[in-house]
Design a protein. Structure first.
Length: 383
C-alpha cells in the first residue's frame, strides 16, 4: 500500500509532508494530493517516465490530455502565445480555484518548450493546453518549491468515481501511487469546471464546481464606481452608467450581466446593507432610473481585484483606494476627466442631487467609449 501522510497537527509537520512530496516528485514518483475539488495524482512534468506511468495508471484513451498545474495565474498564462481578455479575466478571478482553463497554443519561449517531447504530447497533443492553479495549500506550496509544473489528473482510473478522500485514493489506486497526502474530505467533492477560451468564445467542456452562469460573470467586463458611503454619488453613477452601456449594446439594463457587463458600486467608508438616500432615489426616479433596491457595500479586495476599471468620485477616494491596493493603480481613475471632484450632495435637497447627477453623467460618455465592448464573453455550448 502507498505511504499515507495524515492531516498535520502543526505547521512543522505540514512542512515535513510537503518536503516529502517535493522529494518524491523530484525522484519521479507519483503523489496524490488533496485539492479543493477532488484528490489528484501529480507527476513532475520534467519526468517522462513518471508521466508515462501516470497515463498508464489512468488508462486514458489517446488524445485525452493531462492538465498542467502551476502555482499562479501569472505563471499559467505564460504558457500561451496570446490570451484574450476573456481568458485573462477568468484566470485573474478564478485562480487559485476550481477552474481548468484550456487555451490555445504555446510560443517559442513558453515553459512547455522545456518539457520532454513525450510530456508535451501528453499535455498538449493538439493546439490547446489545459492549465490549473489548484486552491489547496499542500499542492500550491509544493509547486512553489518545485522548479517545474506538475501534470495533474483526478486520483482514479478512467471511468471510475472521483476520489474525495485519501481513503478513496488508496482504495482506487493501491500501490500504483507512491505517496498520498491526506487532508480530510475535499471541499467541493466534485471536479473542476473545464473551459476552453478562444477569443471571446467561452466553451464549457466539462461541468464542475463553477456553473455556466458563474463562469459568464467571472468572464465579464466589470466597472466599479466608488464614493464614501455608497448611498448617494456612486449608486447614482452606477445606474446612469448601466443605462448608457445598455443603450450602446441595445439591450435592457437587466440583461447586462447576460451580455457580459457588470457595473457595481461601493464606498471607502461604507457599511453593508444601507439603502440609497431618499433624495438620490428621487433624483434617479426623475431620470427614469430605480435606486429603491440599492444596498451599500464597502470597497473590498475582491471588488478591486476583479474590476477592469475603477472610477472614483473624488481625488480623496482615489487616494484611499490606491493606499490599500497600490498594485491596481493602472485601473483606478478619477471619474471627472477635468480633474475635479464630484460634489457631495449629502444633506441637500433633490435639486442638489440632480446637479450632482448631471455632473456625473457629463463624464460617462467618454468612459463608455473607452470600454472594450468587443471583448465581452460569448458562451457557447460544447459540441
Amino acid at each position: 500500500m502507498p505511504r499515507v501522510l495524515n492531516d498535520p497537527a502543526c505547521a512543522e509537520n505540514e512542512r515535513e509532508m510537503i518536503q516529502l512530496a517535493v522529494q518524491a516528485l523530484a525522484d519521479g514518483k507519483l503523489v496524490a494530493f488533496p485539492t479543493e475539488t477532488v484528490y489528484g495524482i501529480a507527476a513532475d512534468a520534467r519526468s517522462e517516465s513518471a508521466v508515462a506511468r501516470l497515463l498508464s495508471i489512468k488508462g486514458r484513451r489517446p488524445g485525452q490530455p493531462l492538465t498542467l498545474a502551476v502555482k499562479s495565474a501569472e505563471e499559467a498564462l505564460e504558457f500561451c502565445a496570446e490570451v484574450s481578455p476573456v481568458g485573462q479575466r477568468l484566470g485573474r478571478r478564478c485562480w487559485p480555484g476550481p477552474l481548468t482553463l484550456v487555451l490555445k497554443g504555446s510560443h517559442p519561449r513558453s515553459p512547455l518548450s522545456l518539457l520532454p517531447a513525450a510530456v508535451r504530447q501528453a499535455v498538449a497533443p493538439a493546439e490547446f493546453v489545459g492549465l490549473r492553479v489548484p486552491d489547496h495549500r499542500f499542492l500550491l506550496e509544493t509547486l512553489r518549491l518545485l522548479a517545474a509544473p506538475v501534470t495533474l489528473t483526478s486520483a482514479n482510473r478512467s471511468g471510475q468515481s472521483d476520489a474525495a478522500s485519501a481513503e478513496e485514493v488508496v482504495e482506487a489506486l493501491g500501490d500504483d501511487v507512491d505517496l498520498v497526502l491526506s487532508d480530510g474530505r475535499s471541499k467541493y467533492a466534485q471536479p473542476s469546471s473545464v473551459v476552453r477560451v478562444q477569443g471571446r468564445a467561452l466553451e464549457v467542456l466539462r461541468r464542475g464546481v463553477l456553473s455556466e452562469m458563474a463562469l459568464q460573470r467571472f468572464a465579464s467586463l466589470i466597472v466599479l464606481l466608488v464614493c464614501t458611503g455608497n448611498t448617494c454619488r456612486s449608486p447614482m453613477a452606477q445606474v446612469m452608467f448601466q443605462r448608457r452601456v445598455a443603450e450602446t449594446l441595445q439591450c435592457d439594463i437587466a440583461d447586462l450581466p447576460n451580455r457580459g457587463v457588470m457595473v457595481i458600486s461601493a464606498g471607502v467608508s461604507a457599511a453593508a446593507g444601507t439603502p440609497a438616500s431618499e433624495s438620490a432615489i428621487q433624483a434617479m426616479r426623475l431620470r427614469g432610473l430605480d435606486l429603491s433596491n440599492h444596498e451599500s457595500r464597502p470597497v473590498s479586495d475582491a471588488l478591486v481585484r476583479f474590476a477592469d476599471l475603477v472610477l472614483t468620485m473624488t481625488r480623496g477616494h482615489r487616494h484611499a483606494v490606491l493606499e490599500h491596493w497600490p498594485a491596481a493603480a493602472g485601473k483606478i481613475q478619477l471619474l471627472c476627466r477635468d480633474g475635479r471632484d464630484v460634489a457631495d450632495p449629502i444633506g441637500g435637497d433633490v435639486a442638489e442631487y440632480e446637479r450632482c447627477a448631471a455632473q456625473i453623467e457629463a463624464h460617462l460618455p467618454d468612459w463608455i467609449s473607452q470600454l472594450d465592448l468587443d471583448t465581452l464573453p460569448v458562451l457557447r455550448r460544447a459540441t
